[in-house]
Each structure stands twice: as C-alpha cells, then as structure tokens.
Design a protein around this ligand. Sequence first.
Ligand SMILES: Nc1ncnc2c1ncn2[C@@H]1O[C@H](COP(=O)(O)OP(=O)(O)OP(=O)(O)O)[C@@H](O)[C@H]1O
Ligand code: SF4
Ligand SMILES: [Mg+2]
Length: 412
Amino acid sequence: MALLEVENLRTYFETEAGLARAVDGVSFSVDKGEVLGIVGESGSGKSVTSLSIMRLVPQPPGRIMPGSRILFQGRDLLGVSEAEMRHVRGNDIAMIFQEPMTSLNPVYPVGDQIAEAIRYHRGVGKREARARAVELLRQVGIPDPERRAADYPHQLSGGMRQRVMIAMAISCEPDLLIADEPTTALDVTIQAQILDLLAELRERLGMAMILITHDLGVVAQVCDRVVVMYAGQVVEEASVDDLFREPRHPYTEGLLKAIPRLGKPVERLAVIPGTVPSPTAWPVSCRFHPRCPYGWDLCVEAAPELFPAGEDRAAGVGGVSGGALVSGEGRGSAAVRTSRCWLERHPERREEVRRRTGAFEASRTGYAEAPAERWHAASAAEHAAPEPERAPPEAPARPLMGDPDTEEDVRR
Ligand SMILES: Nc1ncnc2c1ncn2[C@@H]1O[C@H](COP(=O)(O)OP(=O)(O)OP(=O)(O)O)[C@@H](O)[C@H]1O
Ligand code: SF4
Ligand SMILES: [Mg+2]
C-alpha cells in the first residue's frame, strides 16, 4: 500500500470571476521513503494540492469537492476530525513553505519555537524539548546551534531560516514531508545546500517527500518520480530518468526545452508560448491546446485521458478509470508512465509535426489564427460548467497549424 494516495482531488474556489477549478481531478501516490516531485508553471495548482493534503485550504472561499480522497496510510484524511488532523500535521505529515518568515513567529527565539512544537506533539518536558531543538539545529547544519537557538528569526539569513523550518518540520519525525518551493527564495549556492540537506535527511530518516517546484533542475537532483501539473490537472507522470530521457507530453517537452543545458550551445532557449489560463476559464477538452504546437482538431473536440505512455503504451500496461490511474497488474505506481495527450493514441502526429516544424524550436507565426483558438473563444461561456464526457473520435482530423496547402487552410 502506498503511503499517500490522492484520488480525484478537486479543490475549487468561489471567486468574483466565477468558480476557479484550481485543482481538478488530480490523482497520484507516494510510496514510503520515496521523493515525488510536482512541477508546473505558476498557477497550475501545485500549492493548492499540497494545502488540500494538509487540509489547510481556506474554506470559504475554497472547497474540497465530494468524491475527492486523500488516503494516508489507508485512512481518508478528508473524513477525520479537525482534532485528529492537528495530530496528523506535524506527527505524520509536515510541510515547509517557500518563505520561512511567514511560518516563523518573529517575536520568539527560533530554539523556543522548535522546542514548543516538540512539546506540543511529543508531550516531553521543557528541558528535553530544548535539548532536542538544539540537536535538530545541529543536524540541519546550523553552526554553533546552542547560541543560534536564542536568535530571533530576523537575526538569521534566509538560508538559515529555511534550515530552522526544516528542523521544525522533521522534529517529530514525520513519515511524509511536503516541501513547497523550499529553495525558490534563496540564492543559487544556498539552494544547492538546502537540496543536499533534504536529500541527506531523506537518506538518514527514510522519510517520504513531496517536493513542489517549478524548477526541473531541482527535480533531477532530488526526486525519484515526477508528476507534471498543468491547469489543475496531472498531465504527465514518470520516473525522473524516463521524464528527462523522453518527455511524452508536449507541455513537459516545452518545460525541458526551456532549461539551459551545460555544453549544449543554443541560439535562444525555446519558451512555451502564452501563459497558464485562468482557473475560472480552462480551455475546453485538452487544456494545453491553445499553447500546443502539436494540437489538431481532435484536441479541441475531446478531452484526452491520462493514457499509458511510452514503453507502457507499447506494452499495453495500465489504463484510466474515472480519472484515477489503474496500475497494470503486478506493477507499482513507480513503474507506470502516463501522459494526458492524444499523441499517445496518434503517434504519427508527433512525427509529422516534428518533421515539419521542430515543435517548440520553431517559431509560432500565425498561431493566434489557429482554429483551436477560435473554437476556444467561441465556447468561453461554457467553461465554468464541467465538461461533458464524450467518446473520442477514431482518427486524427485536420492539423491545426503548419504550411497551408489548400485554399481552406489559407483562410483558416
Ligand atoms: N484562496 C484562494 N482564492 C481564490 N483562488 C485561489 C486561492 N488560492 C489559490 N487560488 C487559485 O488557484 C490557482 C492555483 O494556485 P496555486 O497556488 O496552487 O498555484 P501554484 O502551482 O502553486 O503556483 P506557484 O508556482 O505560483 O506557487 C491559482 O490560479 C490561484 O489564483
Ligand atoms: S492533446 Fe493535443 S493539444 Fe493537448 S497536449 Fe496533446 S497534442 Fe497538444
Ligand atoms: Mg505555489
């Protein structure tokens, strides 16, 4: 049994602009001792996913929708009382945030804050908690921890504060640590040190981790497996090795092409055109279609499922049922690769577009005129409503882009 299983998680917010479907049917699992990366651009729903696991989504305006399940060691956290949940937070699952100053209390010395957390969760005496706090500061690499324990948060550098947060998070030896962009606010050298620390703690304590980041370099350094999120959904899941060797989803491909590679000169890095759409108006069918260089009519006619991808596709492993991934027989979640993209069903389209344009490397002139865009604009009014399920058409229709070769293409 996986340590954590998130099943069909949907977290919506009531906003002035309408219902924001920030997290919309997300499923993944984390095994004991495993490090899972969650990547995606800003606004893809990474933080809302982690806050939902901790049941820290502000309600209202937020709401975790019926049918969502968050199984931790087999128990659905969405069904437990608030008192039980307080016990889970800290004892079983701990979380560290991007900006430690928002989580540390500015008017107490850091040693006292860690000791307080230990006393609260472990029920030990003051003196013992204090000694353990100093020991934890030592473990996370803070020099002269006895003296530093008396410092207030503002007396520490950003990197030191993040180490204090990590010390607090691991103080009760959680089974799962969720780190939401733990290094984004730090400079590159300190970033590397904090990542090394997390990797070392994972080895030493055997704890599982969810590492949320928009930086694929961080994923490569620390994670075993990756979930790529786009527009509130999981669009690809793979082992880190597989993902970097052969990204299957066009969005992942775009993210990877946007990273500079050492020793590989390029004229300019590819960027994914456009921005993440608003969660109150996700594009219909494939939510990536307005930005996708591979898209064709099928992508706006029917929403792709999370299909088995790459070698899994060839082997006919796995499948999807009601939005939740069903593993192939005898295979753990770690072995399954999936991609929410019609290219898994129509691989010839991938080859054809690459031959013609080089995908993200090509310029996207005239893209705004693509029929998918017009279709999207025309159906904007329907976006707030859940999309109807439709049977996928059999074969790919006309391409969206490319060299116009008929009168009709020119008009398009
Ligand atoms: N309290 C809230 N009220 C309304 N909308 C919210 C609220 N919290 C988050 N959202 C919306 O949910 C969407 C997903 O946000 P989320 O913070 O999960 O993104 P993210 O992937 O973590 O991005 P980033 O990389 O910037 O941290 C965003 O569009 C955001 O505006
Ligand atoms: S389904 Fe179509 S538009 Fe969506 S990512 Fe795949 S090729 Fe692109
Ligand atoms: Mg975030």
